[in-house]
Design a protein around this ligand. Sequence first.
Ligand code: XUL
Ligand code: CO
Length: 438
Amino acid sequence: MEHFKHLPKVSYEGVKTRNPYAFRYYDENRMILGKTMKEHLPFAMAWWHNLGAGGRDMFGDETADKSFGALKKTMDGAKAKADAGFEFMEKLGVDYFCFHDLDLVPEAETLAETNDRLDEIAEYIELKMKETGKKCLWGTANLFNNPRFMNGAGSSNCPDIFCFAAAQIKKALDLTVRFGGRGYVFWGGREGYETLLNTDMKLELDNIAILMKLAVDYGRSIGFTGDFYIEPKPKEPMKHQYDFDAATAIGFLRAHKLDKDFKLNIEANHATLAGHTFNHELRVSAINGMLGSIDANQGDTLLGWDTDEFPFDIYETTLCLYEVLKAGGLTGGFNFDAKNRRPSNTPEDMFEGYILGMDSFALGLLKASQLIEDGRIENFIKERYSGWTSGIGAEIRSGNATLKAISDYAVSLGTPKDPGSGRQEHLERVLNDVLFGG
Ligand code: XUL
Ligand code: CO
């Protein structure tokens, strides 16, 4: 059954078009800095939002019908979802998908039965993948929905719950490998706490690391060669999430010797919730060699929660791609962890959300490549730190200067050199030149 019969295959028409079902900027074969746009931007569909989220919020039921003509919470419903998903990816030219285990099938009473259902849908999805050439970007396990995870999964106070989490991860890894996924994601879910009055923080953190180590060992044993990712987020659902931000997650991975197998999956809205910019989180990841993948969305500065909107802020997408290009690309891709607004409740809105997001990243890519070619920002930074390439600066950097020698040098200077203007407003204008100058 065709689910989006009335909607066309979306292609590039350029900026002058007024066709809502066309790309203005995403021209998949256009070459940018030696690679096609498609190669720079491995876009992925998030199974959960696109095929699952019906606009429910704390005050009201779903506004969008995502049943795709079948009964929800049945295996027929799961297959209808898969049909709709592959048709959607084909029409939008999105090559990858990301999934949680429980996005694919309704959870059964027992793990064994849920696993049977997963095997059944996996066979179905594999066929669709063969037919369409669509691929899996990453998989993960939903360890936050079931009430059993109310105190966390790896961080649960109860070993049995830890074991249920481990079992779900094992199965989700099996599926990820079966689908040839590039990565496997750990988003914290409920790995955090509400109050320290009832929490053994050290035990919880150690146990999360044990669970991750078990996942790495198992994954490698079944031939998973991709990256594991932590997806940092500071809060929501828990008041404090352990993977607060990129720096916290990197410290955790290093402390537990997981840094060789893990990179980070940076989500724009999680960055802003942590009080950082999106590009800050990308930069922290990149300079630590841990920039793996991106959950592409945007938040709302007026709202303090994870709104998961489709990205349209071109400053943000430009600065994102600027970081990605400078880091030499991603091992993962750009997963639209984004959903339509509650009142945008039609299949047309689903299409327009992805078109908006893909075009925003395509334009960001174009602008970021122009920023690099322009060179004024990079050159300014180079010049600003040039003192560190010779003289006392170089000596300090090479580790050859003692504190005493540095002190003697400082005393001999009398008055130090003025460090120079940071010229922020100038650089912001340069950014605007590249974004808006003809
Ligand atoms: C939650 C979130 C998740 C992860 C996957 O904020 O971003 O959907 O991306 O579990
Ligand atoms: Co996400």
